[in-house]
Design a protein around this ligand. Sequence first.
Ligand code: SAM
Length: 198
Amino acid sequence: MKLNKRLLTLSEMVNEHYDLVWDCCCDHGLLGFKILADGVIKELNFVDLVPDITNKLKRKLQQHGHHLPKDAQWQVLCQDVSEIALAKSASQLTNDARQLVIISGIGGDLIIEILNKLTPNCSGLHVDFLLCPVQHTYKLRKRLRELQFKSKDERLVLENNRGYELMLISHSAGQAMSLTGSDMMWKIILWPQVILTN
Ligand SMILES: C[S@@+](CC[C@H](N)C(=O)[O-])C[C@H]1O[C@@H](n2cnc3c(N)ncnc32)[C@H](O)[C@@H]1O
């Protein structure tokens, strides 16, 4: 299983405990598979809107699921991300459970629409979001500020002549959302330039 740099970096950003992770807009499911394979996360839901995609993914998971840790649990859901039932999703989850919703590989405008619907359902729950928009990042950051999200981690990935901003956000912890990207994100890209100019 070969992940591109963007998906690999997203998987590395899942480095704290979550009881349940949602790989939303999962398509091929590579990101969720890698996160489960890393062994830190024990339960993950794959979500995509397109039945052909989710059926294909179910077949792939049946074929290759034995490569995952024995205690890994997953389900594949065919539905609109904005309608996922965060509180009720996993049978044994309580309201104290820590959940991570990953939305990657779609436009910032669509992520805004999804968050507008999902965020009110997060009240009283512990939900972080890991976002990777393919465009409209500034507009998304503006909306994230309005929704009172804070930034826990940010990375910039340059791949195929394109820059991707990866953002781990939360209501409970982190620093103020920057509209143009936090130091956490830019310091990684600036270091090589500093070395070159010195
Ligand atoms: C380009 S793929 C992204 C794959 C992977 N997440 C990535 O970052 O490479 C976008 C996927 O989002 C799905 N999608 C778009 N809008 C959606 C929605 N509202 N709910 C669920 N899936 C959606 C599409 O069916 C498609 O499979």
